[in-house]
Write a protein that binds this ligand. Structure first.
Ligand SMILES: Cc1cc2nc3c(=O)[nH]c(=O)nc-3n(C[C@H](O)[C@H](O)[C@H](O)COP(=O)(O)O)c2cc1C
Length: 206
């Protein structure tokens, strides 16, 4: 089968992308409005970019009416956000925060999550999340325009919070304790309980 994205509407092409680019990590992004209302929403077009400087990105698309999602409005206005990591225990509450609440409504309050103070930015993190990245916006790249168009929010990591409960005896993150989930296609998710190691090949001689 061949699929030419120029020959079909975006909403018909998108399911093929999310059904084949997966499992995707989930950034549970907290932001703060200029008026001080907290916001929380999940984004699976998300990844780390580099360690020098430590940076990551998430991609809030425009809404179907072409307007900006609350997370993007706040990240633009304040120049900061927190990426909270989602484990299996938090899956239901993460999903609840994806509902399209009004700008004046805090998903922290509506969905029963606890804001905890960050150290370098005003935006709170999710106290229940095992890992949280405080970030300052480096750059926002627009990809397309209008309904469903993309916005790549690039953030410099300012502080990393890791709960003691997910560490092993050497102080490293234990993936079994962290228990992250990933997003698949449709309404599907994956757990990270089945893992394997591969030793990197040595540098080829010639
Ligand atoms: C697991 C999951 C992943 C999501 N990933 C994205 C994404 O990458 N980009 C996006 O624009 N919306 C994504 N959404 C939908 C947003 O969470 C949803 O539009 C939300 O209402 C945005 O909230 P906000 O307006 O408060 O920013 C995702 C939803 C879920 C449940």
């Amino acid at each position: 089968m061949l699929l030419d994205p120029t020959a079909m509407p975006p909403h018909q092409f998108y399911p093929y992308m999310i059904a084949s680019i997966n499992p995707r990590p989930i950034a549970w992004v907290s932001t703060l409005s200029p008026g001080g209302v907290t916001n929380l929403a999940p984004f699976s077009f998300f990844n780390g970019i580099t360690s020098n400087p430590p940076a990551l990105l998430f991609c809030p698309s425009n809404k179907r009416d072409g307007t900006k999602k609350d997370s993007l409005r706040n990240a633009e206005a304040r120049g900061e956000f927190v990426v909270n990591v989602v484990n299996y225990d938090l899956a239901e509450r993460m999903n609840a925060t994806s509902a399209e609440y009004a700008y004046e409504v805090s998903e922290f309050e509506r969905c029963g999550l606890t804001p905890a103070p960050s150290t370098k930015i005003a935006t709170p993190r999710v106290a229940e999340a095992p890992v949280a990245y405080e970030c300052r916006v480096l750059e926002i790249v627009r990809v397309g325009e209008g309904p469903s168009a993309g916005n790549v929010v690039i953030g410099r990591i300012e502080m990393l919070h890791v709960a003691e409960t997910v560490l092993d005896a050497e102080g490293r993150i234990d993936p079994a304790k962290l228990d992250t989930i990933g997003r698949m296609g449709g309404e599907g998710y994956a757990r990270t309980r089945e893992r394997f190691d591969l030793t990197r090949p040595p540098k080829p001689q010639a």
